[in-house]
Structures are given as structure tokens and as C-alpha cells.
Design a protein around this ligand. Structure first.
Ligand SMILES: NC(=O)c1ccc[n+]([C@@H]2O[C@H](COP(=O)([O-])OP(=O)(O)OC[C@H]3O[C@@H](n4cnc5c(N)ncnc54)[C@H](O)[C@@H]3O)[C@@H](O)[C@H]2O)c1
Ligand SMILES: *[C@@H]1O[C@H](CO)[C@@H](O)[C@H](O)[C@H]1NC(C)=O
Length: 483
């Protein structure tokens, strides 16, 4: 759901950049040359007054501090003001004088990022309060790696869910900072504090349709934010970390060849979201080429599971089915639904096989140029969306009130299907979870998280089990630690 806060954030950003423009014009050399000395002084005074007024109106421009947010710190108004703060820091990050946490803050961050096993890696996870970020952080933490998360907790979807994921991580000793990836000063500070071996960059504005409402948030997070992460990793971190980041299957756009392979055309995006991910892949190429950053792009295919995203179809359909509200399906749409635990294994595999950054693509060092990699992470078996709904109906013990329409041209593509042979070859990626098994894990979590009446659901699942032949049960067995 689009939110007021997000919309206001964008408005504020426009307002603020207008102000910056004005100040720049007032101070420009031409203007000064044309005016008398007195006029110049008056102008300076007026400028100062303007700056003062602006800063007074938005006091957090002057003093910024980053809190290690404790579990209960989430009223929705606090969240929306944080969202605004993040948009401001996008504009002011190079000029504001920042005050960061202090000794205790530094210590907490070092502790979170410190590996607890021999040979463990130390990973900065952006978007760590997000769906994939939270699962990956837990998995890395569980095997003894150091993890520091950051997330701006924006209200594109219910921030309470992001806070709940943050609590889950905090219970396992993983800190998730309230911060925006466009805050270069903060990133520099983090790279000063911790010699991160890897960055798992998952923070982004996700969602295909929301791009028609809030196009600039996509550019701010997926293009500008990506550049800020690459820029600080390339120029400030020592040693440079290896970077693994989330691209998307949406880059295949209007591609008709199937299954989608990494070398297929990706120059026909069907949405602005897809276009920003495609731009990200081009930007990755340039940072690898110039600065020798080791960069791996992962094209995720419709990831689903426990702690998932309420804006995605399987999740919002489940809510509507429970609430007895109608759902709208696109006829003939098929998706290569990929279970979260499989995607987590892919992310971890990509991290573990990422070569070191070299500092320069043509460094001539023995290590050679840093690698630039891109992999599909899908399930390799597309399923009609109508079938996904049928599974949900079965698991929830309730019929959906369906309205089936032709797919409008709002950015969605009719079909996705991954060829994952490169990921299989390079890091043993093998998706093992069927949609039936994965959705059951999702529904179990969903029912518990929203404290729904479990009796109906349990009865429906028992009935489904009775009907199921024994041989088909294989994938239901392994509910992983990360869910
Ligand atoms: N889930 C999928 O099906 C899917 C498919 C393809 C690609 N992806 C990509 O995978 C990544 C993770 O997706 P997800 O499903 O976990 O989404 P998500 O929205 O749950 O997670 C992204 C997180 O990043 C945070 N964030 C957004 N902008 C930020 C900024 N400027 N600074 C700091 N934090 C910011 C959000 O608050 C959110 O918690 C994203 O890059 C997404 O585009 C996801
Ligand atoms: C998948 O990709 C690999 C590597 O590019 C290719 O050899 C193989 O033929 C592809 N498989 C299909 C079914 O297209």
C-alpha cells in the first residue's frame, strides 16, 4: 500500500532541493560581481537568515544521531519522521556535520559485526529489516559470521513488521541500525569501525506497481543509494569488501526466450522498478571496471515465505481470503515462485564464492581483475497464479472470492522462469522447496503472526494431508532455522 509518509517524503525532497537551488543561485559568483559591496552583505545576511530559518524548521539537519533502536521504539509517527529524516540526509549527507553514537555505539556495532567462528566473514547487510535481509542475516549469524544490519524502516509496507524482524535479529545479537543507504557519512563511519569482508546489499524500493505512484523513491534507493554504497565501498573501505547485491528477474522484461538465462536480453524493462535494477547492473559494471570492486548481482525470482512482504500477491491474497474480501487475479500469469530458504542458500553461496576486490580492475596484481558476476536465483518451475491461490485456499480452509481479469500493462510481466545452471555450477545452488511446501510454511507463520483462529487452518491442513499420497510429502520436512 502506498502511504502518506512516503508521499510526503517525496514532496519534502522536492521542496528541499528547490531550497538548495535557491541558495546556490543567491551565492553564485555572477550575482556577486554584479552587485555593490553593500548589496553583497545584505545578500549574505539574507542567505544566513534563510539557512537559519530552514534549519530551525528542520532541526535534525544540525544534529544527527543514530540510535541502536530497541525493540519497542516504533510508534508510527516516529517511523514517518524517520522516513523524512532519511530523505533529508539524502540531500544533505555531504554537508551536514554528523554526530555518531559515541563509545557505546561503536562497541555495539563492532560486537554485532564480529565473526564468532574461525574463518567467519563480517557482513554489512543493507535492508536487514526487510524480508530477504532478515532471513539472510539470521542464516549468517547462525553459522557464526559477523552481521551488522541497516535499514531506513520506511513505510512502503507496515513498518511494524520490519520492527518485528529487527527484534528477531536483536534477540540473536544482530544490530540493525536506523539509517539510509544514501547517508555516505554513516557508511564511512561504519567502514572505519569494522573491516567488513562483504556487503550484502538488499536495501531497495521494491514493488513493480508502486513505481507509478512514487517514481522518485525508486531512483533515490535503487540508483542513488546503490551508487552511495559502491562509492563508499570503493573509495573509503580498507580493505574493499566484496559486494553481493539484489537485482531482479524483472530485468528480463519483455524477454520471450525461456527459461530466462543470464545472457538473454535485458534492455526492455517493463516497469520503472525493472529499469532501476537494470541501471544498477550497468552501474555495477562501471564500479567493477574502474575501482576493481568484486560485485555479484543476484536476479531473484518472486521470493516468498514466512516473514514475507505484505505487498506481494501471495501475502495480500492470504489476507483477503481470511478477511473474506475479493481478490483480483491476472489471467494466464505464471511465476517462478522461489522459497526464501532456497534464496538464502543462494545468497550465502554467492558471498562464500565472491573473490576479493582488487582496488583496480587493471591492477596487474596476481589476483587479476576483480570478478563481475550475475546469477539467476529462481525455482525453475513456473506455476500459474491461479494455482497459487488454490493452494492458499486449501491451506487456509477458505474459498477466495476471485475476480479474474486480463493483465493490464502496469509493469507486471506475464511469465517468469529461471535457468539457474550458472548458480548451480558456481556455488551448488539447488532450489528444493515446492510451492505447496513453501506456502504451508508461510501460512503457519502468517496464522501465528496475525494471531488468527488456528482451528480452521489446522483442520484444513489435516484434511489436505489425508488426501495427499505419501510420496509427495518430501519437501514439507525441512522447515529451516531461518524461518
Ligand atoms: N522479494 C522478491 O520477490 C524480490 C524479487 C526480486 C528482487 N528483489 C530485491 O531483493 C531485495 C530485498 O527485497 P525484499 O523482498 O526483502 O524487500 P523488502 O522491502 O522487504 O526489503 C528491503 C528493505 O530495504 C529497506 N530500504 C529501502 N530503501 C532504503 C534506503 N534508502 N536505505 C535503507 N534501507 C532501505 C526497506 O525498509 C526494507 O526493509 C530488494 O533489493 C528487492 O528489490 C526481491
Ligand atoms: C541454461 O543455461 C545454460 C548455460 O547458459 C545452457 O547451457 C542451457 O542450455 C540452458 N538450459 C535451457 C533449458 O535453456
Amino acid at each position: 500500500m502506498p502511504t502518506d509518509a512516503a508521499a510526503k517524503g517525496v514532496k519534502l525532497e522536492r521542496y528541499a532541493s528547490g531550497g538548495a537551488l535557491l541558495l546556490r543561485r543567491v551565492a553564485s559568483g555572477k550575482f556577486v560581481a554584479a552587485s555593490s559591496h553593500l548589496l553583497f552583505r545584505a545578500t549574505v545576511l539574507a542567505t544566513l537568515a534563510l539557512v537559519f530559518l530552514f534549519a530551525f524548521h528542520y532541526p535534525s539537519l544540525l544534529s544527527r544521531s543514530f540510535s541502536l533502536v530497541s525493540a519497542d521504539a516504533s510508534s508510527s509517527s516516529a517511523t514517518s519522521s524517520r522516513l523524512h529524516a532519511s530523505h533529508r540526509s539524502l540531500l544533505m549527507s555531504s554537508s551536514a556535520s554528523a554526530t555518531y553514537g559515541g563509545e557505546k555505539w561503536d562497541k555495539e556495532i563492532r560486537r554485532s559485526a564480529k565473526p564468532r567462528r574461525d574463518g567467519g566473514i563480517s557482513v554489512l547487510v543493507t535492508g536487514a529489516a526487510g524480508f530477504v535481509g532478515a532471513h539472510c542475516s539470521l542464516a549468517l549469524r547462525a553459522r557464526g559470521d559477523g552481521v551488522l544490519g541497516l535499514d531506513n524502516f520506511n513505510s512502503y509496507y507496515d513498518p511494524a513488521l520490519k520492527r518485528a524482524r529487527q527484534r528477531l535479529l536483536s534477540d540473536r545479537g544482530v544490530v540493525v541500525l536506523d539509517a539510509d543507504i544514501n547517508d555516505a557519512l554513516l557508511l564511512e563511519k561504519l567502514f572505519d569501525l569494522v573491516p567488513f569482508t562483504h556487503v550484502l546489499h538488499l536495501a531497495a524500493q521494491a514493488g513493480v506497481r508502486y513505481a507509478m505512484e512514487a517514481p522518485h523513491t525508486y531512483v533515490a534507493s535503487n540508483v542513488a543509494g546503490l551508487v552511495t554504497v559502491f562509492e563508499t565501498a570503493a573509495k573509503h573501505a580498507d580493505p574493499q569488501p566484496a559486494i553481493v547485491w539484489a537485482s531482479s528477474s524483472s530485468v528480463y522484461g519483455l524477454n520471450k526466450e525461456t527459461p530466462f538465462s543470464e545472457d538473454h536480453r535485458t534492455d526492455r524493462p517493463a516497469s520503472l522498478y525493472a529499469a532501476t535494477k537494470k541501471a544498477g547492473e550497468a552501474i555495477a559494471h562501471s564500479y567493477n571496471h574502474i575501482y576493481g570492486l568484486s560485485i555479484t548481482g543476484l536476479r531473484f525470482f518472486t521470493v516468498y515465505g514466512p516473514w514475507g512482504r505484505p505487498d506481494m500477491a501471495y501475502f495480500s491474497f492470504a489476507r483477503s481470503i481470511v478477511a473474506g474480501e475479493p481478490i483480483t487475479l491476472y489471467a494466464d500469469a505464471r511465476r517462478d515462485f522461489t522459497y526464501i530458504d532456497d534464496v538464502v542458500k543462494g545468497c550465502v553461496g554467492a558471498l562464500d564464492t565472491a573473490a576479493r576486490s582488487t582496488g583496480s580492475a587493471r591492477s596487474g596484481k596476481k589476483t587479476g581483475p576483480a570478478p563481475l558476476r550475475v546469477y539467476n536465483l529462481g525455482n525453475t518451475s513456473p506455476v500459474p497464479v491461479t494455482r497459487m491461490v488454490a493452494i492458499l485456499e486449501k491451506l487456509l480452509g477458505k474459498k477466495a472470492n476471485k475476480r479474474v481479469i486480463a493483465m493490464p500493462s502496469n509493469g507486471d510481466v506475464p511469465f517468469t522462469h529461471a535457468n539457474v545452471s550458472h548458480a548451480a555450477h558456481d556455488f551448488g545452488y539447488r532450489p528444493t522447496t515446492s510451492l505447496d511446501a513453501g506456502l504451508r510454511h508461510f501460512v503457519d507463520w502468517f496464522v501465528e503472526y496475525y494471531k488468527l483462529d488456528t482451528k480452521i487452518v489446522k483442520a484444513a491442513q489435516a484434511a489436505a494431508d489425508k488426501k495427499k499420497p505419501a510420496t509427495k510429502k518430501k519437501a514439507a520436512a525441512g522447515k529451516s532455522a531461518s524461518s
